[in-house]
Write a protein that binds this ligand. Structure first.
Ligand SMILES: N/C(=N\S(N)(=O)=O)N1CCCC1
Ligand SMILES: [Zn+2]
Length: 240
């Protein structure tokens, strides 16, 4: 079915509220992280993840990005600890990017926009039977956001942790999906240290098509939602 929303003027983030009223909700994502306003939380634990190389199954164009979909029928690849209670099962990973290397990340840090952003999506498999159910719950999903800055870098294998930066320092806050249905079910864990991608890799992102087969080719030049109001939320830091 034709996608009802996208990133162009007629169907982009500024009009998502027309079809998805949650767009104006109180825990929307992404946000602009202001490092001077985050609060160190000594009770936050280090992230703990274990990813099985065989979990990723397919890579596909999901219309708003390309995503690597994983087999989440059992607890083979999980994320634990950090700000989380219990364990969250790997579902999929995908990227967001912009029309040039100057911007394209969804979260920003002290006004800094990065070239792109990786999202590694997990769901609370201890409390809920499946991703779709978990996505309706305030503690249903945990998404690791990895900022990507433009430059030359080697880039290899499917193990999502191969894409994590050296430091696992992170900020965390309660938010939402950044794409419709914008469900406010996400515990965001945004890593402080960015990874790097080459200009050629970012250009390849932009060559992805958002037009359906048989339609005139239309490239997905950008798929990043701008930061949303923080409202009555605090961002906690794992690091000093
Ligand atoms: N995780 C997601 N979006 S995002 N950009 O919040 O990570 N989704 C997973 C399936 C539908 C959207
Ligand atoms: Zn995303």
């Amino acid at each position: 079915a034709r996608q009802s929303w996208g990133y162009q003027d007629h169907n982009g983030p500024e009009v998502w509220h027309e079809l998805f009223p949650l767009a104006n909700g109180d825990r929307q994502s992404p946000i602009a992280i202001k490092s001077s306003e985050v609060k160190y939380d000594p009770f936050l634990r280090p992230l703990s993840f274990s990813y099985d190389l065989t979990s990723p199954k397919v890579i596909l164009n999901c219309g708003y990005a390309f995503s690597i979909e994983c087999d989440d029928t059992e607890d083979r690849s999980v994320l634990r600890a950090g700000p989380l209670k219990g364990s969250y099962r790997l579902r999929q990973l995908h990227f967001h990017w912009g029309p040039t290397d100057d911007y394209g990340s969804e979260h920003t840090v002290d006004g800094l926009e990065f070239a792109a952003e990786l999202h590694v999506v997990h769901w609370n498999s201890e409390k809920y039977p499946c991703f779709v159910d978990a996505a309706q719950q305030p503690d249903g999903l945990a998404i690791v956001g990895v900022l990507v800055k433009g430059s030359q870098v080697a880039f290899t294998n499917f193990d999502p942790s191969s894409l994590f930066p050296e430091s696992l320092d992170y900020w965390t806050y309660h938010g939402s999906l950044t794409v419709p249905p914008l469900l406010e079910s996400v515990i965001w864990i945004v890593l402080r240290q960015p990874i790097t991608a080459s200009s050629e890799q970012l250009a390849t992102f932009r060559s992805l098509l958002c037009s359906a087969k048989g339609e005139p080719a239309c490239c997905l030049l950008s798929n990043c939602r701008p930061p949303q109001p923080l409202r009555n939320r605090h961002v906690r830091a794992f690091f000093h």
